[in-house]
Design a protein around this ligand. Structure first.
Ligand code: CA
Length: 229
């Protein structure tokens, strides 16, 4: 899952970006409203953390412009503690949730998980598929209850498929959501990572849809009947 953080306070930006990366997300950052708006307008983010008090262009304007342009990604706004009116105008401008400063990073992470879950239509932070379980709170994966050690990229790939369970995800889409904007992207490497992931999981839950992409099986039955690998 790829997240954009727009925050002009360098310490806060570093703190949030670090916590998100540790939690298994790919993170892009912007320090002002113009840069933030541009990134959110051109890159496909799964969620955005947007500070409202920003130089160049304020957060409310950034948000309004995104929504007017049809950008529907979930947006969590950061508001000043005593400015209740910011929360109201933020929500009215199209924010999905807010956190008031100062905040605990854990709360921001929990709210991002909730936004991603809601967008994916998932009821819990655990994504299950047959014997496979993805715990998105701890960024841990188990098969039949046994922990599977994944690299951060393998985890991101699996978590992205998990958040789009039952839907075919193209390699291009995976590349766009697994790497940050500075990464030299090559969709051929996805095939390699899927291969490694399948080997580590030991169960055939990731299906290849020829010419289209990959799909995480919808349920256990579908996972078991998939014997193509
Ligand atoms: Ca600020």
């Amino acid at each position: 899952m790829r997240v954009l953080v727009v925050e002009d306070d360098p310490d806060l930006l570093r703190l949030l970006a670090g916590a998100l990366k540790d939690a298994g997300y790919v993170v892009d950052t912007a320090k002002d409203g113009v840069e933030g708006h541009h990134l959110g307008d051109t890159e496909p983010y799964d969620a955005v953390i947007l500070d409202l008090g920003l130089p160049e262009m304020d957060g409310i304007t950034v948000l309004e412009k995104w929504r007017k342009a049809g950008r529907t990604m979930p947006v969590l706004i950061l508001t000043a503690r005593d400015r209740w009116s910011d929360k109201v105008s933020g929500l009215d401008a199209g924010a999905d949730d807010y956190v008031a400063k100062p905040f605990y990073t854990e709360e921001v992470l929990a709210r991002i998980r909730t936004l991603l879950r809601r967008k994916a239509g998932l009821a819990s932070s655990d994504i299950e598929c047959g014997p496979l379980r993805i715990d998105t709170r701890a960024a841990r994966v188990t098969v039949d209850g046994n922990p599977v050690r994944l690299t951060s990229l393998e985890y991101r790939l699996l978590a992205y498929l998990g958040h789009h369970k039952g839907r075919v995800v193209s390699r291009t889409e995976l590349v766009e959501h697994l790497y940050d904007q500075d990464f030299d992207r090559d969709s051929n490497t996805i095939e390699v990572f899927v291969g490694r992931l399948r080997k580590k999981l030991g169960v055939s839950v990731i299906q290849t849809m020829r010419g289209l992409g990959y799909k995480l099986a919808e349920d256990a039955g579908e996972a078991e009947s998939d014997g193509a690998h």
